[in-house]
Design a binder for this molecule. Structure first.
Ligand code: PLP
Length: 461
């Protein structure tokens, strides 16, 4: 044992070797010494437990290989790129959609440089960080002003805290939604210090239900888009127009949380209908909120558009300072919104809309190409097929509405072989994330943006 312990090199000696000097040049003295100490400590424990040298201590080379590997892996970002073959285009767990090239370029420009974030260049004085976006949204939606915060959940919280603290908010029982990740309308209401007044029943709510609930403590009437489920059958709900009329009668604002919302007509693109922000503004809703990173196709943000007097109050609330966006997000969002000034180019420029509008022919070709690349890698235990698949928008856009797609499906006689393959896919330099259904692995090609990079990776492996 003593001789084993003696073969552990001293850190001072390691520092002076040419390989040590190289690593110090690359990673600095501190990180080198910290990792070398950890490694030596590990070697001591190994000798104590196993009365033998650990593999990495066999030669000086193996020791430096291990040290290099550890230092390099410390420098590597663990939140790595994955290929989304789940068929869910806006997959929240995979970071939702991708930014357009223009948005990426505006954002990286803002990262590297100072920008006129809150500065009026002509007047040479302070301005407001939401100004450019507010001007754009006035043009795009017809709203009087806009306010931008961290995400749509924050937008809902800010609206409630500003207008309804200590007061009542009337909402239909059919709209008390929970979205993934513990966003529940009743909980947000409690956080904002307001009282939820539920009206109607799960499947049916009428205008008179709202009317009967109004009292002197009512702050506003609220609509929430039931984005992740659909109530079917004997149903009825109250439209924004009707609520606006009722609100006017009692001098109460109407607020609408659209969730995804859209600035462009999805049906014209042959996609499931999604409420349009400009329509809600036109129907007289006082404040409309929606996400920046759902169908809009930009960075994570919560956008509120509506009447100027209300937006001004939101801007002055202390929570706005807590929830505001930085220059990177704001520049990416501004670039994203500018695409909507050129509607004919939208599906070419915005990756999310591009993925959603790919033709079935194009998807079938991609599936064939993927099948060829995969079949070179998989042995005879696996059966590969091309099958029609059902993709979805994701992130709350109706999961009951499927979008036709194509997938490469992989099946095996033994389920354990499929699990082994899944493990293998996850261990790739850029893991492949698939969907499981009917005892098969489904690789849906609609949701993968970097298709060529995927094929390239499979061929290089
Ligand atoms: C998605 C969604 C939210 C939350 O939006 P985030 O931008 O993810 O915070 C809130 N309300 C509705 C109706 C939604 O669909």
């Amino acid at each position: 044992m003593q001789s084993l312990f003696r073969s552990i090199p001293a850190i001072d000696k390691l520092l002076k070797t040419p390989q040590g000097a190289d690593l110090i040049q690359q990673f600095g003295h501190q990180a080198f010494v910290t990792q070398a100490r950890l490694l030596i400590e590990q070697a001591r424990q190994h000798i104590q437990q196993h009365q033998s040298l650990p593999d990495f201590l066999q030669t000086e080379n193996t020791l430096f290989n291990e040290l290099t590997h550890r230092l390099q892996s410390l420098a590597q970002v663990k939140m790595k790129r994955v290929f989304n073959l789940t068929g869910t285009v806006l997959h929240t767990n995979l970071g939702r959609g991708l930014w357009s090239e223009q948005a990426i370029s505006a954002a990286t420009d803002a990262m590297r440089n100072n920008v006129a974030l809150e500065f009026d260049i002509e007047a040479g004085k302070r301005s407001h960080r939401d100004l450019y976006i507010s001007e754009l949204l006035q043009q795009l939606t017809g709203a009087e002003a806009a306010c931008v915060v961290n995400n749509n959940a924050a937008a809902v919280l800010l609206m409630l805290a500003t207008f309804a603290q200590g007061k009542e908010v009337i909402i239909s029982r059919g709209e008390l939604i929970e979205i993934g990740g513990a966003f529940r309308i009743p909980d947000i209401m409690a956080q904002a210090g307001c009282k939820l007044v539920e009206v109607g029943t799960t499947n049916r709510t009428h205008l008179k239900d709202y009317r009967n609930a109004i009292n002197e403590n009512t702050a506003f009437l609220m609509k929430v888009h039931t984005s992740n489920y659909q109530i079917q059958g004997f149903t009825s709900s109250v439209s924004e127009e009707e609520l606006v009329a009722l609100g006017q009668e009692f001098n109460l604002p109407v607020i609408s949380d659209l969730g995804s919302g859209s600035l462009t007509d999805m049906q014209a693109l042959n996609l499931p209908a999604e409420p349009m922000v400009q329509q809600k503004v036109a129907s007289g809703v006082d404040l409309v909120s929606f996400s920046g990173d759902k169908l809009l196709g930009g960075p994570q943000a919560g956008i509120i558009v509506g009447k100027k007097a209300f937006i001004d109050q939101l801007q002055q609330h202390p929570l706005k300072r807590v929830l505001r966006c930085d220059k990177v997000i704001l520049s990416g969002l501004e670039a994203t919104l500018r695409h909507y000034l050129f509607p004919d180019r939208l599906t070419d420029e915005l990756p999310t809309l591009h993925l959603l509008t790919q033709s079935l022919d194009c998807l079938q070709q991609k599936a064939e190409c993927l099948k060829v690349a995969l079949s070179k890698r998989l042995d005879c235990r696996y059966l590969l097929q091309i099958e029609p698949s059902e993709a979805q928008i994701g992130s709350g856009a109706l999961p009951t509405e499927k979008i036709p797609s194509f997938a490469v499906t992989i099946s095996a006689d033994k389920q354990s072989d499929l699990l082994e393959l899944e493990k293998q896919f996850k261990a790739y330099p850029n893991p492949i994330i698939a969907r499981f259904a009917q005892q098969k692995m489904w690789l849906d090609v609609r949701s993968v943006a970097e298709f060529e990079a995927l094929i390239f990776m499979l061929e290089e492996l």
